[in-house]
Write a protein that binds this ligand. Structure first.
Ligand SMILES: [Mg+2]
Length: 197
């Protein structure tokens, strides 16, 4: 083995070990819905802040369904001392304003996930380092990748039923988990948006 090959292998091993040490706090998991996540398990792992996705995590993109018990779960998590921030890639500002006010959580939209800029803004707002923050969302390419880029933990929830976009017909199964059959769905009435339009 040449000196160069030896050095190259050695330095990549060191880099890998350092990266593992740096990210040892980070975990990625999956859940059916937001309300099925154990709040105690998050706090026991040192999580103090949650960056939450909106579309198809809390409310379906077409505003038909609300994730069961989501609001109650958020209230419970707040009582347990967790901070929240919403990052939405959605372009309809009135929806994000409505949910930001209804849930009493600061929000950024369009957040351009998975790019780290808005994730960093959310962490600065919550005054928390990445190891104390978890991202919860339904899409791998935006929420999970964004969490990975920023060094945060992540839980991917099943996506609420919604009319698939063109790219979701092709690649949806690779980036989203379908909503479990038989799981209840709560209806939502978009008339509530009227005063935000
Ligand atoms: Mg989403």
């Amino acid at each position: 083995m040449s000196n160069f090959t030896f050095w190259w292998r050695k330095s990549s091993q060191v880099k890998k070990r350092r990266s593992l040490q740096r990210n040892r706090h980070r975990f990625t998991a999956q859940a059916d819905i937001l309300a099925s996540i154990e709040i105690d398990q998050l706090t026991n792992r040192g999580i103090k802040g949650i960056i939450l996705d909106l579309d198809n995590t809390i409310i379906s993109e077409d505003d038909r369904y609300l994730s069961p018990e989501a609001e109650n779960w958020i209230q419970q998590a707040k009582l347990a001392g967790l901070s929240f921030f919403i990052l939405s890639n959605g372009k309809r500002r009135y929806r994000v304003l409505y949910w930001s006010q209804r849930l009493d959580i600061q929000a950024i939209n369009p957040a351009k996930k998975p790019f780290p800029h808005s994730f960093r803004k959310a962490m600065t707002y919550m005054q928390l380092p990445p190891k104390q923050v978890i991202v919860i969302g339904d899409s791998f390419h935006t929420d999970v990748m964004g969490a990975k880029f920023c060094g945060c933990s992540c839980i991917q929830v099943a996506t609420l039923p919604h009319p698939p976009r063109w790219w979701e017909r092709l690649a949806g199964k690779f980036v989203q988990t379908p909503y479990p059959t038989g799981y209840e769905l709560w209806e939502f009435y978009p008339a509530a948006y009227q005063s935000f339009l």
